[in-house]
Write a protein that binds this ligand. Structure first.
Ligand SMILES: [Zn+2]
Length: 284
């Protein structure tokens, strides 16, 4: 088995999970369990998968439907063609919601991902809005993040997706963005690894880039606050209310939506596959 270099510089590893003290700000309790295990336990207490979970989800769904009355859509679901976003879109429709599916194409989609998005939205009868990046501009921005050697070179894509979801919600006066994330299957990533905002994206580009950013929404922090506090756009995660059985999820997606597997997690994007499977393994 290959031993990753970081193991040599960690002095303390959580007794329960894989996190260690190379993560800035991490703390360990008397049992040796880390901050991220505590966050997980807090979320488990807040979103318990007990007999009341279906009712809590139903209450949330009724609120979304109520707030969406008279509007073309009652929620926005970001889709990548990946497993969890497709499953979230499927569940949203099965719950009786009227989502608008939104996709950001940064030029690195695998053909399977593109087909997965088409199949899911066609079969579920959901409108799809795709934002296509200016290839030269976005490629230059991604290159800037690699040269900057900051922890997460996927920040440009993640932030633009975030920006596009809010922009669509605001345009259609929709109050809910439904994310496909679940703390149970994906954990909680340290902020020092994945922090992002529009100013940060702009700053890296101004230091390392060759072109000006102008073809996509790069949401500023003040705009984000405006969307959240004044437009009252909420972000919700419906997968928090489900028992997530991967075998069952894959069966539903493959049988009902013609979904195809593209390999490892997040590898629906060729760039993400390159970044997560190659760069992150090489970079220390
Ligand atoms: Zn831990």
């Amino acid at each position: 088995m290959k031993i990753l270099p970081y193991k040599y510089i960690a002095n303390k590893v959580c007794t329960r999970c894989l996190m260690d003290d190379t993560v800035k700000g991490i703390a360990f309790d008397e049992k040796g369990e880390c901050t991220f295990c505590k966050i997980h336990d807090d979320l488990e207490r807040k979103f318990p998968l007990n007999d009341e979970a279906p009712q809590k989800l139903q209450t949330l769904v009724e609120k979304i439907k109520q707030d969406g009355k008279g509007k073309k859509y009652d929620c926005i679901v970001g889709v990548s063609g990946g497993r969890d976003s497709t499953y979230t879109l499927h569940n949203a429709v099965k719950l009786g919601l009227r989502p608008l599916a939104v996709h950001f194409d940064n030029g690195w989609n695998s053909e399977i991902a593109v087909q997965n998005i088409k199949n899911a939205t066609n079969i579920l009868g959901v409108d799809l809005h795709t934002h296509v990046a200016d290839w030269e501009e976005f490629k230059d921005l991604q290159r800037s993040f690699l040269f900057a050697s900051v922890p997460d070179a996927e920040v440009p894509t993640d932030w633009v997706i975030f920006s596009v979801l809010f922009a669509e919600a605001a345009q259609y006066n929709v109050k809910y963005i439904v994310h496909g994330h679940s703390f149970r299957t994906e954990g909680t990533t340290p902020l020092t690894w994945t922090y992002m905002d529009g100013k940060y994206v702009q700053d890296v580009q101004s230091k390392f880039g060759k072109v000006k950013l102008k073809s996509f929404p790069n949401m500023s922090m003040s705009k984000y606050i405006y969307y959240s506090l004044f437009k009252k756009i909420n972000q919700i995660r419906i997968l928090y209310y489900y028992h997530y059985n991967e075998t069952e999820v894959l069966r539903v997606l493959e049988e009902e939506l013609g979904w195809k597997n593209y390999g490892d997690k997040h590898h629906e994007s060729k760039y993400t596959a390159f970044f997560q499977a190659y760069i992150l393994n090489k970079k220390i």
